[in-house]
Design a protein around this ligand. Structure first.
Ligand code: ADP
Length: 416
């Protein structure tokens, strides 16, 4: 009897275990399975257009071709059940059973002021996610749906929530308060929260590794430039200011979002253009930014750069507005920290557009920011330094990996 128990214990010890990362959105559930020992992706995929016509499932075993097919999926719970079936499927799966999943890490957008780190999910955490529904109405409800679906489908597995806002809870009060009556902060919690925290944290730690100095000694500005764009001042590993605010609308110019704007524009649009709040919300979030300024019917920077190349002056202006605002924030954050050791570019644009990086860093030699044009344009590298010899500030291109950061935080929390 004892021998059998010892044998089973040995097998169990040697069994490869996995961490599943779930990112549940309003109509999609994205999933990534990591090997626990190496924090290495083995499967990733997406169930999209959930509850609509043409639900599509994308599934990819690492190193193999991505497969896509259509099948009706009514809601998040059914999507999670499908994911569990796929992962344990004899043909395409990698798990012998669901028990090989050691933990599930969930991306959650808003944790408000109460959550300043990743947490093991319990009733209190779910209540806080619910309390933050008014602050992130498009994100927190589906995030919670994803958690509750996993609680049903993966009953024995421990679940962790990793919050986009958590990294920014170190902002000092003078950086997060708006110039509104204090009661609106105290009673309605209107303040800067900041987003993309998982990405900013991840790339700042990789930057410290590349620079080979403890993060506690570094002053870094991280530029996350994708469809959504945000920029963060990280002093000694702590976020001390960030461009997104009460919602992810504030700050940089983005694909379809306007970023910083005079709030009085709202009054003007209501009084003179007869727009209601829903229309203005739509205008600022979905019709502005690069899409609205360039006016070529696309928010994709590649299309806008192409139009600019072929002489479209409005596209050129949109790019200049985009770049100027990044530059202005880098300057502001260098002053806020009193110095700057490194600028990090990440996100689809930050990682892939040498032109934008070069334009952002242009004419900053006096401040020690100098790009090496050849390094910057090297298409073969994915994680690299691009500062020139004359520069004193490191300039780094670092691919973000929010799923990996969630997996790392999930494992850290469970081992603690
Ligand atoms: P999301 O914020 O949705 O995660 P991504 O980080 O994938 O978005 O970034 C999408 C943006 O990256 C798009 O504007 C796209 O045009 C831009 N992008 C991707 N590749 C390139 C490239 N080679 N050159 C310029 N822009 C690029």
């Amino acid at each position: 009897m004892y021998k059998i128990a010892a044998y089973l214990a040995k097998i169990y010890r040697n069994r490869i275990m996995y961490v599943l990362i779930i990112n549940a959105g309003s109509s999609s559930v994205k999933f990534t399975l990591f090997r626990k020992d190496k924090v290495q992706v083995v499967v990733d995929g997406l169930v999209e257009r959930i509850g609509r016509n043409g639900t599509a499932v994308h599934y990819q075993n690492s190193g193999k071709d991505r497969i896509t097919w259509k099948t009706p999926v009514a809601d998040a719970r059914r999507a999670v059940r499908l994911i569990a079936e796929l992962l344990t499927d004899k043909a395409c799966g990698v798990l012998r059973s669901k028990e090989e999943i050691a933990a599930i890490g969930h991306r959650v957008v808003h944790g408000g002021e109460k959550i300043n780190s990743s947490v093991i999910i319990d009733a209190r955490v779910k209540q806080i996610i619910k309390e933050c529904f008014p602050l992130a109405p498009l994100h927190n409800p589906p995030n919670l749906d994803g958690i509750e679906a996993c609680e049903i489908i993966f009953q024995q597995v421990r679940q962790v929530a990793v919050f986009d806002t958590a990294f920014h809870t170190t902002l000092p009060q003078y950086a997060y308060l708006y110039g509104l009556p204090y009661a609106l902060y105290k009673e309605d919690k209107i303040r800067r929260y900041g987003f993309h925290g998982t990405s900013h944290k991840y790339v700042s730690h990789i930057a410290a590794e590349i620079i080979n100095r403890p993060i506690e000694t570094l002053k870094i500005v991280t530029c996350h430039l994708g469809n959504g764009c945000s920029i963060t001042a990280i002093d000694g590993g702590r976020s001390i200011d960030t461009s997104m605010g009460f919602t992810p609308l504030e700050g940089l110019l983005m694909g379809t979002r306007c970023g910083d704007i005079d709030p009085a524009v709202v009054f003007y649009l209501m009084a003179h253009k007869r727009l209601d709040l829903k229309q203005i919300n739509d205008l600022f979030n979905k019709q502005s930014g690069l899409l609205g300024l360039a006016g070529i019917g696309s928010s994709d920077l590649r299309d806008i750069l192409e139009a600019r190349e072929s002489g479209n002056r409005q596209a050129d202006t949109a790019v200049r507005v985009f770049v100027y605002r990044i530059k202005k924030y880098i300057g502001a954050y260098a002053f806020a920290m009193g110095a700057i050791d490194a600028v990090v570019f990440t996100g689809g644009i930050g990682e892939n557009s040498p032109l934008i990086r070069q334009m952002v860093c242009q004419d900053l030699e006096e401040l020690g920011i100098v790009i090496d044009p050849e390094e910057n344009a090297d298409p073969k590298k994915t994680c690299f330094e691009i500062q020139g010899k004359a520069g004193t500030v490191k300039i780094l291109v670092i691919p973000t990996d929010e799923e990996k950061e969630i997996a790392l935080q999930t494992l850290k929390l469970l081992s603690a």
